[in-house]
Design a binder for this molecule. Structure first.
Ligand SMILES: [Ca+2]
Ligand SMILES: [Ca+2]
Length: 322
């Protein structure tokens, strides 16, 4: 399936620290053609499944939310969208995607709140200040590098353990793989958050390996505006049916589950939590260095949970419905 393998190798369970460092170096040294367009606040596109969704700014989540409602909670101030209880189609139909996406199954999930966007540098910095949590060394390197330092860019260079610690501080947790996929694709099994067509030739919907990619661009003609992580919420036309942003591309996102390529053949279909043990953790959504196949809502990948030395992986958090 792969159109180009190098970035796939460095982010996946085949991760090689030396190759990873080389990629970071290449990205840091390559000339940038990133547009200097920085939104000052997150855009709130109306969710497709509930165009009249409301924004709640309450200490506790609303008691009777509807799909796509937004709750702005503390302590991190992140906007979360409501994904209602019910079944959705998880995985890919026959003939599509990688082997680990099969068989496609109907999975039930209880309702939950999902961060609307990836966790940003500004939010992660508040967590570090409040807790004294040790920042990974790469964090400081990229923190001092203008391509990764904007407060609204997603934080990168964080391990699974870092992400889990942040989530605990925020009173949240990392999403299960199934929660992540439902929030990204909605209940109807669409290929991308916005639908099933890769129509980014005419509409900017995501940050992927476009002509700005400094390493191995997959397209020399399509310009998505960024050759590095874009400020979160830069692509409101790429929103998921519930209104989540950047679930295709920008940065990979850690999920709570251990990774097992065969999990869909035996895993539970009622609030699945993933395998009980493993070596790698699931990452989802692709990133600014990857092409369309990896940005599909069903695409699965994985990485060492201790891995920090990469500039294309971040996370978002989830909170169970009360
Ligand atoms: Ca791009
Ligand atoms: Ca993402």
């Amino acid at each position: 399936m792969s159109r180009w393998m190098f970035p796939r190798l460095v982010s996946s369970r085949l991760l090689c620290p030396a190759a990873c460092a080389a990629l970071v170096w290449l990205a840091a040294c390559a000339p940038s053609c990133v547009a200097d367009e920085r939104p000052t606040e997150l855009v709130f596109p109306a969710p497709e499944i509930n165009p009249t969704a409301v924004v709640w700014r309450t200490a506790d989540p609303p008691a009777h939310p509807r799909a796509g409602d937004v709750w702005v909670c503390s302590p991190d101030g992140e906007a979360m969208v409501y994904v209602p209880s019910g079944e959705f189609r998880m995985g890919s139909p026959p003939g599509e995607g990688d082997e680990d996406e099969h068989p496609q199954r109907s999975v039930h999930l209880n309702g939950f709140w999902m961060d609307k966007a990836e966790v940003t540098n500004a939010e992660y910095a508040r967590f570090l200040t409040a807790t004294g949590h040790p920042a990974p060394s790469f964090f400081y390197q990229h923190w001092n590098h203008s391509r990764y330092t904007h407060p609204h860019q997603p934080v990168v260079g964080v391990s699974w353990d870092d992400a889990a610690a942040y989530a605990e501080w925020a009173g949240k947790r990392l999403p299960t793989e199934s929660e992540w996929e439902k929030a990204a694709r909605g209940p109807d099994g669409r290929r991308y958050p916005w639908g099933s067509e890769w129509d980014i030739q005419t509409t900017r919907r995501c940050n992927f390996s476009d002509c700005n990619d400094p390493v191995a661009r997959s397209s020399s003609t399509i310009d998505d505006g960024y050759g590095y992580p874009a400020p979160v919420g830069s692509y409101p036309r790429g929103a998921s049916p519930y209104g989540c942003l950047d679930m295709a591309g920008n940065v990979w996102e850690w999920c709570a589950d251990w990774y097992d390529a065969a999990y869909y053949t035996y895993g539970e279909t009622y609030n699945p939590k993933g395998p009980p043990t493993g070596i790698y953790r699931v990452v989802r959504g692709g990133c600014w260095l990857y092409d369309a196949p990896y940005l599909r809502g069903a695409a699965r990948d994985s990485a060492y949970p201790s891995c920090r030395d990469f500039n294309y992986g971040g996370f978002r958090c989830v909170k169970s419905e009360r």
